[in-house]
Design a binder for this molecule. Structure first.
Ligand code: NAP
Ligand code: MG
Length: 402
């Protein structure tokens, strides 16, 4: 069989633990036999990050900037235990954080829905994609415990020394206070990433905040979105037959519950954190969530939403059988290959990505799945496969489809 040709390399970011094992299985069974795979390989496994003082992570993000499309395996974010376990020179930052800081992107997460694993919300027929603004607000806040009566003010000192003061509260007793900020530039990037991704995936875009209560802070988000939409995107949205719609967060929550899904919900940092956990648990499994970082400049980095599945890795090392779900990692590859195919005009590659996704879904819907899904499916007598056998089952479905 002739393998599908590629013209531009994908940036391949390898990772850690169980997902690193799956990564190799996926390449060997589902990609290399069918595609003349061109990648520029970066090993983001913790051992190599340590050898390079984490330079490899920076290099991989710069390569993503150069080529435009990357696919990433889950990686360990080191904590004190990991520093000991891997004899690390430093407690390196989260690779995702480093890459996001370089690409300035927004993360879009969506569940992979299959028949037999039904969302708890019965009317959700199509996936809901959550776009989370990943800068500022409560995640970069300054806080203070107020021990006894006194006055708290917000003070802004301009570069020329002029001061603007706003009272926060006259404390009559103990309490707490918090200062949050955000940046217009970051909100603008967030808005553009959302509008671009909506056009890209031809889905409606919703954005919500609490502008009725937060008349300056949240209202600025609302205004920036609406200004950029009117200036740069309105006509393109009309052409694509999709809509942009702003609503109060309370109203958005109520509408989401009653909706059929199939749209993008852009959320402020905290709302996105909480709502993406809600959507993923309502859809059954973290192992069925895709994640893509989209930069305002149009760079795409695809990955699974879950981590390195450490518990399964230690079983694997002990020689025990594992049944780890590879679907989200396979979808990271198909997302990246499809995007590469679209950018380079390679119809065969786009078709292959579509069929590989269909092969995963058909395999699960035929009753063959990993243990995490077998525990929650309403299909009768599911066949539980181990990590490699599930991938082989997908391969055999793929061969029939091809
Ligand atoms: P995790 O890897 O997401 O796994 C947590 C648990 O969820 C697993 O023990 C497993 O439950 C279940 N699970 C997750 N993915 C699964 C899959 N594909 N198939 C089957 N079950 C799955 O989180 P963690 O174990 O807390 O974190 C491990 C490492 O991942 C950490 O070092 C963390 O820093 C890193 N991490 C990386 C990323 C990223 O790179 N994007 C994201 C999050 C975490 P059972 O054990 O009950 O089967
Ligand atoms: Mg969360």
């Amino acid at each position: 069989m002739n393998r599908i040709e590629m013209t531009t390399p994908l940036v391949e970011m390898d990772g850690d633990e169980m997902t690193r094992i799956l990564w190799k299985y996926i390449k060997d069974e589902l990609l290399l036999p069918y595609i003349d795979l061109k990648t520029e390989y970066y090993d983001l496994g913790l051992v190599h990050r340590n050898e390079t003082d984490d330079q490899v992570t920076i290099d991989s993000a710069n390569a993503a900037k150069k080529y435009g499309v990357a696919v990433k395996c889950a990686t360990i974010t080191p904590n004190a235990d990991r520093v000991k376990e891997y004899h690390l020179k430093n407690m390196y930052k989260s690779p995702n954080g480093t890459i996001r800081a370089i690409l300035d992107g927004t993360v879009f997460r969506a569940p992979i829905q299959v028949k037999g694993i039904e969302p708890c919300v019965r009317n959700w027929k199509k996936p809901i994609t959550i776009a989370r603004h990943a800068y500022g607000d409560v995640y970069k806040a300054s806080e203070m415990v107020i021990p006894k009566p006194g006055k708290v003010e917000l003070v802004y000192t301009a570069e020329d020394g002029t001061e603007t003061r706003v009272p926060v509260h006259e404390f009559k007793g103990p309490g707490v206070v918090q200062g949050q900020h955000n940046l217009n530039q970051s909100i603008e990037s967030f808005a553009r990433s959302c509008f671009n991704y909506a056009l890209d995936t031809r889905q409606d875009l919703w954005f919500s905040s609490k502008d009725t209560i937060s008349k300056q802070y949240d209202h600025t988000f609302k205004d920036i979105f609406s200004e950029i939409y009117e200036k740069e995107y309105e006509s393109r949205f009309k052409e694509a037959g999709i809509t942009y719609f702003y609503t109060l967060i309370d109203d958005a929550v109520a509408r989401v519950m009653k909706s059929e899904g199939g749209f993008i919900w852009a959320c402020k940092n905290y709302d996105g954190d909480v709502m993406s956990d809600m959507v993923s648990s309502a859809c059954g499994s973290l192992a069925m969530m895709t994640s893509v970082l989209v930069s305002p400049a149009g760079i795409y980095e695809y990955e699974a939403a879950h981590g390195t599945v450490m518990r399964h890795y230690y079983k694997h090392l002990a020689g025990e059988e594992t049944s780890t779900n590879s679907v989200a990692t396979i979808f990271a590859w198909t997302g990246a290959l499809r995007k590469r195919g679209e950018l380079d005009g390679l119809a065969d590659l786009v078709r292959f990505a579509d069929l590989l996704e269909k092969a995963c879904i058909d395999t699960i819907e035929s009753g063959k799945m990993t243990k995490d899904l077998a525990l929650i499916t309403n299909l009768e007598n599911p066949v539980v496969l181990n990590s490699l056998d599930f991938i082989k089952a997908v391969r055999s479905t793929l061969d029939t489809l091809l």
